[in-house]
Design a protein around this ligand. Structure first.
Ligand code: HEC
Length: 105
């Protein structure tokens, strides 16, 4: 990951519409591994070692900055393929907001 990825600030203000769109794309591209509500128990999760994190736990993503999450969603990491050009930049930022919103308050 490039050093400046970490400090990128999310420029996107989420709207109900943009989050609904992010949720739809998440259902297509992410839920199969990370689970519909981010709990890490999607259909493919059993094949993934180490186990996927549970994003409903607020501790799961606390050590990652928004910029780092953006970079991973865009480019992938390890066994995860990134969105690449399937989502535009704002779409990826909305996905960052969505993934963070899975954490139970
Ligand atoms: C093939 C299964 C798979 C799919 C599909 C997938 N991921 Fe992942 N994801 C992973 C794995 C495995 C990791 C851990 C990678 C590592 O640390 O080596 C990961 C890591 C992450 C991380 C970093 C935090 C963490 O859990 O380590 C985020 C955020 C994330 N994924 C979000 C998404 C989003 C959003 C999508 C859809 C655009 C997606 N993932 C699609 C398997 C997947």
């Amino acid at each position: 990951m490039p050093a400046d990825a970490k400090t990128l600030v999310n420029p996107v203000k989420p709207t109900a519409e943009s989050q609904a769109q992010a949720k739809k794309m998440y259902g297509y591209d992410c839920a199969v591994c990370h689970g519909e509500n981010g709990n890490g128990k999607g259909d493919l999760a059993a094949d993934i070692k180490p186990p996927l994190k549970d994003y409903t736990d607020p501790a799961a993503l606390k050590d990652l900055s928004d910029g780092e999450i953006f970079y991973i969603i865009k480019n992938g990491k390890g066994q995860m393929t990134g969105e690449g050009d399937r989502l535009n930049t704002d779409g990826v930022w909305n996905m960052v907001i969505l993934v963070r919103s899975f954490a139970k308050k």
